[in-house]
Design a protein around this ligand. Structure first.
Ligand SMILES: NC(=O)c1ccc[n+]([C@@H]2O[C@H](COP(=O)([O-])OP(=O)(O)OC[C@H]3O[C@@H](n4cnc5c(N)ncnc54)[C@H](OP(=O)(O)O)[C@@H]3O)[C@@H](O)[C@H]2O)c1
Length: 259
């Protein structure tokens, strides 16, 4: 039986672990060839091996997505090695918590470069390619932090708000090019990134365990999300099932944020 992504060629950034790894595995399971990117190759190898089990192509590529030249080369390599690129998933990201007043200008630059500039660079090259080839799908992994306020992570929220803005504007400008651009806005997802929330414990003068409990208490379904739950939505947004949807910023947060 054909998968929901049979024949698709998908580039996924931040595919070495967490949400990106799960998206890569689900895309491969649904029939896509996948081009997997992170800064280092060793961690990507496990994702590639898991993806290859589904019988389609899986290629790994080391690139720092905050570097425009590296992003241009990454997309060219994907097109060269997979034959095209129909789907781009901008998932790579970093997290840095601090009181707004305490962030350094270097913190601001680093978070914006990795979370925001990267999306600008890759969307520009991808849109040019997709326009020339007759269409495509862009899925940006933003965050609930891209639509709402949060304590002690102002720069992260700023970087994700910009991703939401770019998603909507690019979607509008390319709607007639058969290109959809949507964003997924997850709440708390159990990955390595969540471990960095221990900084919030320090800032609030509580233990990491108490912090973890407080986070889960904020989620109406009573638990954090698993990477797979984000990947299911990413499959939908890469498939023809979502052709009528563009410029959307879809919240998946166990009910923590509604609307
Ligand atoms: N976990 C959550 O609760 C949550 C909630 C909302 C949104 N998100 C967003 O979801 C996305 C994935 O997060 P995650 O939780 O899966 O985080 P994660 O487990 O820390 O994974 C982050 C991924 O991004 C890659 N990466 C980081 N900097 C990079 C760079 N400069 N160039 C290329 N790749 C880079 C990492 O690989 P290397 O380090 O090997 O390069 C890794 O594969 C992020 O955009 C994050 O902001 C996460």
């Amino acid at each position: 039986m054909a998968g929901r992504l049979t024949g698709r060629k998908a580039l996924i950034t931040g595919a070495s672990r967490g949400i990106g790894r799960s998206i890569a595995e689900h895309y491969a399971a649904e029939g896509a060839d996948v081009f997997l990117v992170a800064t280092g190759l060793p961690q990507l190898e496990a994702t590639r091996d898991a993806a290859l089990k589904h019988g389609h192509k899986a290629i790994i590529h080391a690139a720092d997505v905050s570097d425009r030249h590296a992003v241009e080369a990454m997309i060219a390599a994907c097109v060269d090695q997979l034959g095209s690129m129909d789907v781009l998933v901008n998932n790579a990201g970093i997290y840095k918590a601090a009181r707004f007043i305490d962030y350094t200008p270097e913190d601001f630059d680093q978070v914006m470069q990795v979370n925001t500039h990267s999306v600008f660079h890759s969307m520009q090259f991808a849109l040019r390619h997709m326009k020339a080839t007759g269409g495509g799908k862009i899925v940006n992994v933003a965050s609930t932090a891209g639509k709402w306020e949060s304590m002690n992570q102002g720069i992260y929220n700023t970087s994700k708000h910009a991703v939401v803005g770019m998603t909507r504007c690019a979607a509008l400008e390319h709607a007639r090019d058969h290109i959809t651009v949507n964003a997924i806005c997850p709440g708390f997802v159990e990955t390595d990134m969540i471990d960095q929330f221990s900084v919030h414990a320090e800032l609030n003068g509580i233990t990491p365990d108490a912090m973890q409990k407080a986070l889960v208490e904020r989620v109406p379904i009573g638990r954090m999300l698993q990477p797979d739950e984000i990947a299911h939505l990413a499959v939908y947004l890469a498939s023809t099932e979502s052709d009528g949807m563009t410029g959307q910023t879809i919240t998946i947060s166990g009910g923590m944020r509604m609307g």
